[in-house]
Design a protein around this ligand. Structure first.
Ligand code: F6R
Length: 614
């Protein structure tokens, strides 16, 4: 859950590494550091805090060099402070490393190194790794690449590393297991990064390392990959990336989160573009078409995911069961992987992940594959580990999501999963032609309806002003909108640090109703389609206990208006598509409350965008 950047070539490495780290700050932002090498001496600077602090601090030292590596950290071992920040030197001062991941057996290795006279400045597992590499170099008399390989075969854990050696000014050694690592290939220059955003303005050509692969990135030479375990040579697949610079900049918005909320009409359209062909009455998805028998004959679909992606999975459970009549179980990936689940070769496992790197989701996939299940990935990041590990999949095409709180990832995941459910429903004969056509044409209207829902922004801002100082909030929804209630509560918690809980509306009377008094804001999703009358009864129960009611309603609703303190309207749509609209005002609400509370919207405390540790 850290970001790593490296550069070797003919340019000044400092601005490239600093800018790259800023683009990767979503991956962790406890501390940051940089090491620059001019062929003679190494300039290393690191600090607790953000990349901006590092930039200021680095100005005080001489910064130059055409080789540089940098790191932005989400602390695992050792508190975030200057000393524990990366890069780390080896004891001789010749080797320097940056590392994203965890070395699980670092304590025993550290003890062995201490016995051999090594000393340690930090509490990190990474400093242990770089000294192990140095020890291998010394005892085996090998060059850096070989030493890295031997050392990595002794460690247990996860890593994406970049290491350089003062004695080898024209190379950086990189390796990957469990954490992402991309190499950007330019003309006489190479870039190294956790994702392609740090180098996209310099080159579109990238090589993504597979797990257990390493490479010696050497100036004047082509990249050669090796398998860490058996030294077999692997041939790099150079991909041409489609990402552009505009997608990863704020484009006039104050925060990435707001930009990404407003990108949703376009993102949803990009998700179904080329797949949803309403005029021809078909949905075309290669990953499903080629494996249709697996889905149609599946005993059940198991969905695994974490966080917001898990909420999208819950929405999918309703859609798959309701439309395609296929039994679905939705599991937290972290629980699923450790509870000895019953999985057979008649199961289809759908893994949902924006980043495609979430460690628990990745592990759940591996487990399901071992047991013979067919694995289908729904990811946003192209070429990510989950996308590669799956048997087949569908990208969401949301474009880079940089705000730590997921917004457009959620709605585009739901869009992909809806397309799949509709396709399976048709294939299984659950739908008449006209019903299928009705869904396709309605789905095509969703981007315009999201656009309309976004027009509630000013109203939502005034509601945010009223409730910004609340200490607790409840979110209620039923059916398709129960997961939206969970998602609304998660958004508020994670960026504004207000305690919030989501519940199925009818569950309120089994406990949470005890919390309701005149201080308690209750956000209720009460759309016309979907248990409307029942939700209205729940609203009445809240009102009679003097709770504050903020209702998300279908436009034109009069009944709830009578009861609620505030109503926010969304356009009418089919019940199964309502989550794509009801979620919009809840995203805006948490955004405005966080801004009003002076919280760091894009980089909330203690979080990171890509959770590559368990
Ligand atoms: C919440 C959020 C997280 C992620 C979760 C899974 O806004 O962003 O809850 O949804 O960490 O991440 P992915 O989807 O990358 O697997």
């Amino acid at each position: 859950m850290c970001g790593i950047v490296g550069y070797i070539g003919h340019r000044d490495a400092f601005p490239i590494v600093i800018k790259g780290l800023q683009r990767l700050e979503y991956r962790g932002y406890d501390s940051a550091g940089i090491a620059l090498f001019d062929g003679n001496s190494i300039n290393l600077s690191k600090t607790k805090g953000k990349v901006e602090d590092l930039k200021k601090k680095s100005k005080e030292i001489s910064v130059a060099g055409t080789l540089g590596i940098g790191h932005t950290r989400w602390a695992t071992h050792g508190v975030p402070n200057d000393v524990n920040s990366h890069p780390h030197y080896s004891n001789s001062g010749d080797l320097v490393i940056i590392h994203n991941g965890i070395i699980e057996n670092y304590e025993s290795i550290k003890q062995a190194l201490i016995n051999r006279g090594y000393t340690f400045k930090s509490d990190t597992d990474t400093e242990v790794l770089i000294n192990l590499i140095e020890e291998v170099q010394k005892t085996e008399g090998v060059k850096l690449g070989k030493a890295v390989q031997i050392a990595l075969n002794q460690v247990v854990g996860a890593y994406a590393i970049a290491v350089f050696d003062k004695k080898k000014p024209d190379e950086i050694v990189v390796a990957k297991l469990g954490s992402p690592l991309a190499i950007g290939v330019g003309e006489d220059e190479f870039f190294i990064a956790s994702d392609a955003s740090p180098f996209i303005e310099f080159t579109n050509n990238a090589v993504y390392l597979e797990d257990e692969e390493m490479a010696i990135v050497r100036l004047g030479k082509e990249i050669k990959l090796r398998k860490i375990k058996n030294d077999a040579v692997a041939y790099p697949n150079i991909l041409e990336l489609q990402m552009n610079l505009e997608e990863i900049e704020k484009g006039g918005y104050d925060h990435f989160m707001l930009k990404e909320i407003y990108e949703q009409p376009r993102a949803i359209m990009d998700t179904y573009r080329g797949r949803l062909l309403a005029d021809q009455g078909i949905i075309r998805m290669a990953g499903i078409d080629q494996n249709i028998e697996k889905f149609v004959n599946a005993n059940r679909i198991i969905i695994v995911a974490c966080g917001t992606s898990w909420h999208a999975g819950l929405v999918a459970e309703y859609i798959f069961e309701d439309l395609a009549r296929i039994p679905v179980e939705v599991e937290y990936a972290s629980e699923f992987r450790y509870r000895n689940p019953v999985i057979t070769d008649k199961d289809v496992l759908i893994a949902i992940s924006q980043s495609g790197e979430t460690a628990d989701t990745l592990a759940a996939i591996k487990l399901a594959k071992e047991k013979g299940a067919f694995v289908f990935g729904v990811c946003n990041v192209v070429g990510s580990s989950i996308a590669r590990e799956s048997d087949a999949g569908a990208y969401t095409h949301a474009g880079p999501e940089i705000g730590v709180a997921s917004t457009k990832a959620f709605t585009t995941q739901i869009t992909v999963l809806t397309l799949i459910a509709l396709k399976l429903a048709k294939e299984k004969g659950e739908f008449s032609g006209s019903k299928f056509h009705e869904y396709l044409t309605e789905l095509e209207t969703i981007p315009a309806k999201v656009e309309k829902a976004l027009k509630s922004n000013d109203l939502v801002e005034t509601v945010a002003e009223v409730y910004k100082d609340s200490t607790n909030c409840l979110y209620l929804g039923r059916g398709y909108n129960f997961p939206v209630a969970l998602e609304g509560a998660l958004k508020l918690k994670e960026i504004s640090y207000i305690h919030a809980e989501g519940y199925p509306a009818a569950e309120m009377k089994h406990g949470p109703i005890a919390l309701i008094d005149e201080q308690m804001p209750v956000f209720v999703i009460a759309t016309k389609k979907g248990h409307y009358e029942k939700v209205v009864s729940n609203i009445q129960e809240i009102k009679s206990r003097k709770g504050k009611i903020i209702a998300i309603v279908t436009e034109g609703d009069e009944q709830v208006k009578e009861l609620a303190d505030h109503v926010i309207e969304i356009p009418e749509t089919l019940e199964s598509l309502t989550p794509l609209l009801t979620t919009i005002p809840l995203q805006l609400l948490s955004y405005h409350i966080a801004v009003m509370r002076n919280c760091n919207v894009d980089q909330p405390r203690n979080l990171a965008k890509s959770v590559t540790v368990e």
